[in-house]
Design a protein around this ligand. Structure first.
Ligand code: ADP
Ligand code: MG
Length: 252
């Protein structure tokens, strides 16, 4: 077991091996290899169209892959039936557009998943939901409808909703890109706290401050390839590839 730990296999939670994905003639993921360890925060950056969203969507099987292998905590995709349901619960996802159920209250948005999955009684689900809403700072909004909340509040509810399923890993796809600037930090603060609490996270973002603060590793994608991986300090101060240097020169 200590051997496993030393080699990293024991702690590998999400593993992608030579993953390929096409949309028609477009080769969107090219031989992608990526291992995310338990408790690790991986920030994925790269130009628009480089395959970042597709990468996230393959991990929770919103998109099937053409070749390669993906395993989540040892379970290979595509899982079916019960294994797939469990897997979906294991992988929480937060999108750019908040995707809350518009006709449900904030509290219902957070209780629905656990109740439906029979993970909790309604009462347990409500207690857990209130604790999660407290944690993301919107407990006082529990009885409101999503449209009555600001974008930043809605996105924090979306995070609470994902956490309610007790996922093993959280995927964030540009969670602050649709927010007004003054609301970005309230969402990033929640994500930073989650990271510090040891949540395993894959975060696609253009927020380089967050990447520097919270990431254990930065993955740079371009044209469907993982071009470069490094710790944030190394990546931001001394990117190796010309493509990463070029990208950083445009956004920093
Ligand atoms: P990113 O998130 O890095 O901007 P995406 O993963 O969304 O990139 O997209 C990668 C490429 O795949 C882009 O060229 C995009 O237009 C294309 N693409 C994404 N989703 C689809 C789809 N469902 N059908 C066809 N092409 C798609
Ligand atoms: Mg995207």
């Amino acid at each position: 077991m200590s051997q496993d730990r030393a080699s990293g296999t024991q702690d590998a939670l999400v593993v992608l091996e030579r993953v390929n994905k096409h949309f028609g003639p477009l080769h969107v993921l090219r031989d992608v290899d990526l291992t995310v360890r338990r408790g690790e925060v991986v920030v994925v950056i790269g130009p628009s169209g480089s395959g970042k969203s597709t990468l996230c969507r393959t991990i929770n099987r919103l998109e099937p892959i053409d070749s390669g292998r993906i395993t989540i905590d040892g379970v290979p995709l595509p899982a079916e039936g019960k294994a797939l349901a469990r897997l979906r619960a294991d992988v929480g996802m937060v999108f750019q557009s908040f995707n809350l159920f518009a006709h449900k209250t904030v509290l219902e948005n957070v209780t629905l998943g656990p109740v439906k999955a029979k993970r909790a009684s309604r009462k347990e689900a409500q207690e857990q939901a209130m604790a999660l809403l407290e944690r993301v700072g919107v407990a006082n909004q529990a009885g409101k409808m999503p449209a009555q909340l600001s974008g930043g509040q809605q996105q924090r509810v979306a995070i609470a909703r994902a956490l309610a399923m007790r996922p093993k890993v959280m995927l964030f796809d540009e969670p602050t890109s649709a927010l007004d600037p003054e609301m970005i930090n309230e969402v990033l603060d929640v994500m930073t706290a989650l990271a510090h609490e040891g949540m395993t996270m894959v975060v696609v973002t253009h927020e380089m401050g967050f990447a520097r603060r919270a990431a254990d590793r930065v993955v740079f994608m371009d044209g469907g390839l993982i071009v470069e991986e490094a710790d944030p300090e190394t990546f931001f101060t001394a990117p190796r590839s010309e493509r990463a240097q070029d990208f950083l020169s445009k956004i920093l």
